[in-house]
Design a binder for this molecule. Structure first.
Ligand SMILES: [Fe+2]
Length: 499
């Protein structure tokens, strides 16, 4: 591909406009001429959603973040609705870690933005422009939107890059990363090694990944690979003795913070100085970013922590969820959490604690619930669920929390001729890059039943023999969903309509 063609391709799909930085190894970048004393970049500028929850024209803000070596530099970030820029963003700096090596994290905050508008930005360092790109703010009500969803990615293999490229080709407004978005332990050093370089690669290809992050915000949720420590009792926690750069979810991501103070925040153990360093960098993001919601176009999204250290039957949490889903006037409602409450996989079938939230989702007319955790693609039929025996939900830190109950399945819905579902569709899209689970389940519906669930046929489709991602496109009362595999083929699709 010639330079010109490549540049056009990148611009068409929402990518780079200018990069003066040169790669030094796989995950660091130097200023032109590798100027003495200038910091190396360890994460190129990437767009984050920021605090925006409700849609308010003129009050939109995003975050442009980047990370460097722990070396002082004078940064400036400009932005504007044209490439003449004109506005200057405030920049906050925090000290973070990659392994035991210090890093500086920068967060520039363009604000007072209009909805559904492209903005240009550029980052100056020590008086020189090193980077220029653009992003588009959230779409207002009534606008068509499209987003990608995938999870269990950034494993460090070729499939991560293929899925990043396929997502990029789909030109999403944003990405919903359904958790385990970096392996193995959610460390900032792991984001440096195989998250930023893949989803913010300068070239778009199956072999490299794609320049998504510099233009496309990623939303994500807390998952088990974000929290990989164990306390003296074997409980799930972040262990800062083991990993100084634990919980990069709270220090590298900038997401809405409109959820309640969690009753079960991510537990922290280890050296107090390290924990205080983490808290200082995360500021209000820890623990408030555990649960949040936001609107985008005609859709509302609720994102929840589903880790095993929490009890989702907590009254404050359920009240907040009900209130959040009730108070939105969005036409479409999505929930994202990592641990799939309804899946027939061999690996995580018994982690059913999140099932207790289904009646609340049904009552407030949630359309889709998105998950990861199972490294494959599983789609359920629309159904309603009434828990029967749910005492296991209180077994904190157990991965064996079976919740039995009554399924009422809409078997008429087929997503083609019959497009009005009765119930919630649960979609596990965890084939984003990590090694696959249960490949033999593909095309074998006899394996999609479970005696513990009275062999209720709630699973409608499984693709476990290939990596894939989900695309949603919403225009008014019609939603199109398609599952795209690593070869770019559509392997499953649905149309959902509202009266
Ligand atoms: Fe997981």
């Amino acid at each position: 591909m010639s330079n010109l063609t490549r540049r056009r391709f990148l611009q068409a799909a929402g990518g780079i406009t200018f990069l003066a930085l040169s790669p030094i190894g796989c995950s660091s970048f130097a200023a032109p001429g590798n100027k003495a004393g200038w910091p190396l970049f360890t994460a190129l500028p990437y767009v984050q959603p920021g605090a925006g929850s409700q849609l308010v024209n003129g009050a939109e803000s995003l975050i442009i973040a980047w990370q460097t070596e722990d070396k002082a530099a004078n940064f400036r970030c400009e932005y504007g609705a044209t490439e003449r820029y004109g506005q200057r963003a405030t920049i906050e700096q925090s000290k973070v870690w990659a392994g035991d090596t210090g890093r500086l994290h920068y967060a520039a905050r363009p604000d007072k933005l209009k909805l559904g508008t492209r903005y240009y930005y550029r980052v100056w360092c020590n008086g020189e422009v090193l980077f220029a790109g653009y992003f588009t703010t959230r779409q207002p009500r009534g606008a068509r939107i499209r987003f990608a969803a995938f999870g269990d990615n950034a494993y460090g293999g070729d499939a991560d890059r293929a899925i990043a490229f396929r997502a990029y080709q789909q030109n999403p407004d944003f990405v919903m990363n359904t958790g385990d978005n970096v392996y193995n332990s959610g460390l900032n050093s792991e984001y440096e090694d195989h998250w930023f370089p893949i989803y913010n690669h300068d070239q778009a290809s199956l072999e490299t990944g794609a320049p998504l992050l510099r233009s496309v915000p990623f939303y994500t949720v807390l998952a088990n690979h974000d929290v990989r420590g164990r306390d003296a009792n074997g409980g799930s926690c972040a262990d800062f003795d083991r990993d100084r750069d634990s919980l990069a979810y709270y220090t590298a991501m900038h997401l809405p913070q409109n959820g309640p103070t969690p009753a079960f925040p991510t537990p922290l153990i280890g050296d107090l100085t390290r924990i205080n360093d983490f808290k200082s960098a995360a500021a209000t993001r820890y623990p408030n970013m555990a649960n949040y919601s936001f609107d985008y176009g005609d859709a509302h999204f609720l994102c929840l922590d589903s880790n095993i250290y929490l009890d989702p039957s907590n009254r404050d949490l359920i009240d907040w969820i009900a209130d959040d889903l009730k108070s939105t006037d969005a036409l479409w409602k999505f929930v994202t959490y990592h641990h799939p409450a309804y899946n027939i996989g061999e690996q995580h079938y018994r982690e059913q604690h999140m099932r207790v939230l289904s009646p609340t989702f049904e009552q407030h007319k949630v359309d889709f619930v998105l998950h990861g955790h199972e490294h494959n693609y599983q789609r359920t039929r629309p159904f309603r669920f009434v828990p029967r025996e749910n005492s296991a939900v209180h077994k904190i830190n157990s991965s064996n929390r079976l919740i039995s109950g009554q399924f009422t399945i809409d078997v008429q819905f087929d997503g083609a001729k019959n497009t009005a579902p009765d119930g919630v569709i649960y979609l596990t899209t965890g084939a984003g890059g990590a090694y696959l689970y249960d490949t033999e389940f593909t095309n074998d519906p006899s394996k999609w039943l479970h005696p513990q669930d009275d062999n209720a046929p709630y699973v409608a489709q499984v693709f476990a023999d290939r990596h894939s991602l989900t695309m949603f496109e919403i225009g008014g009362k019609t939603l199109e969903m398609k599952q795209v595999d690593e070869n770019g083929e559509i392997i499953d699709r649905l149309r959902v309509t509202k009266a």
